[in-house]
Design a protein around this ligand. Structure first.
Ligand code: NAP
Length: 253
C-alpha cells in the first residue's frame, strides 16, 4: 500500500469503489484534481491502484490504495473508515465497482446470479451504509451510483447484470428521498465505454457496435467521469434522485 500517513487540507475524503482501472480511475483522477483525498479501491489487482496513487500524488493530489471486496459489508466499512481517518471525513461516495458477465438464462448459475447482485448492487448499499454517519457530519454530501444503459434496455446475455443495475436506480431514488436535502443521491448510466470490461466485445464487434451509436464511437472513461465529478460537486446540489444517461444517443435506436 502506498500513500501512507494522514493528510489534511483541501476537500475531505472521497470513496470511489473499483477505482484502480477504467471509469473509476478516471473519476478518482477527477475528484483528486478537485482537491478531494481519494481512496483508490481495488478487488485484487494492486499494481494499477498503486500506479494511480503515484500519478495523483505526482500531480499534487492526495490518494491511497486500498484492497477491499466491497460486496462484503465489513470490507466496505473498513474502506470507508480508513478514508475518513486519513482525510478527516468523507463527503463523496461513488459506487462504481462492478463487473459484467456473458450468460444466458440457461447458462447462468445460482452463484453467477448471487455474485452479480452482490457486486453490482449490494456493494452500493454496504458502502453507502458504512459512509452515512461520515456524510452526515459534512455540510453537504454526494452519492453517485454507476448504473448502466442495460438498466434501461435489458440484456439478452446478462439478466443478472441488468437486474442489478436497475436495482441501483431504485436504491438511488429511495436514498435521495431519505437523505435530502443535505445529501444528494444520483446515478449515471453509461453506454459502451472503452475499458477492460468492454475490450473483448469491442475487439470482436467494434464496427457493428459503433455503427449503432449515433455519436459514431464509444465513450472514453474521462467523459463518464466528468459527469460523475459534476454530480459530486457542490454546484450540483439541486439535482437528486436522477439517473443520467451518457451513451452517445444509442438509447434512441
Ligand atoms: P473495469 O475497467 O473492469 O474496472 C473494474 C474496477 O472495479 C477495477 O478497479 C476492479 O478492481 C474493481 N472491482 C471489481 N469488483 C470489485 C469488488 N467486488 N470490490 C471492489 N472493487 C472491485 O470496469 P469499468 O468498465 O470501468 O466499469 C466501472 C463501472 O461502470 C461498473 O459498475 C460497470 O458496470 C459500469 N459500466 C461500464 C460500462 C462500460 O462500457 N465499460 C458501461 C456501463 C456501465 P480489480 O482490478 O482489482 O479487479
Amino acid at each position: 500500500m502506498i500513500g501512507e500517513g494522514p493528510s489534511r487540507g483541501g476537500a475531505p475524503g472521497a470513496v470511489v469503489t473499483g477505482s484502480s482501472r477504467g471509469i473509476g480511475a478516471a473519476v478518482a483522477r477527477g475528484l483528486a484534481a478537485r482537491g478531494f483525498g481519494v481512496c483508490v479501491n481495488y478487488a485484487s489487482r494492486e499494481a494499477p491502484a498503486e500506479a494511480l496513487v503515484r500519478e495523483i500524488e505526482a500531480a499534487g493530489g492526495r490518494a491511497f490504495a486500498r484492497e477491499a471486496d466491497v460486496s462484503d459489508f465489513e470490507q466496505a466499512k473498513g474502506l470507508v473508515e480508513e478514508t475518513a481517518e486519513r482525510f478527516g471525513g468523507v463527503r463523496v461516495v461513488v459506487n462504481n465497482a462492478g463487473f459484467s458477465q456473458h450468460r444466458t438464462l440457461e447458462e447462468m448459475t445460482v452463484e453467477d446470479w448471487a455474485r452479480s447482485l452482490a457486486v453490482n448492487l449490494s456493494a452500493a448499499f454496504y458502502t453507502t451504509k458504512a459512509a452515512l454517519s461520515h456524510l452526515r457530519r459534512e455540510p453537504w454530501g454526494r452519492i453517485v451510483n454507476v448504473s448502466s444503459l442495460r438498466a434501461m434496455t435489458g440484456s439478452d446475455h446478462g439478466a443478472h447484470y441488468a437486474a442489478a443495475k436497475s436495482g441501483l436506480i431504485g436504491l438511488t431514488k429511495s436514498l435521495a428521498l431519505e437523505l435530502a436535502p443535505e445529501i444528494t443521491v444520483n446515478a449515471v448510466s453509461p453506454g459502451y465505454t472503452r475499458t477492460d470490461m468492454t475490450a473483448r466485445d469491442l475487439e470482436r464487434h467494434g464496427e457493428a457496435i459503433r455503427a449503432r451509436i449515433p455519436a459514431g464511437r464509444v465513450a472514453e472513461p474521462t467523459e463518464i467521469a466528468a459527469l460523475v465529478v459534476f454530480l459530486a460537486s457542490e454546484e450540483a446540489g439541486y439535482i437528486t434522485g436522477e439517473t443520467i444517461g451518457i451513451n452517445g444517443g444509442i438509447y434512441m435506436r
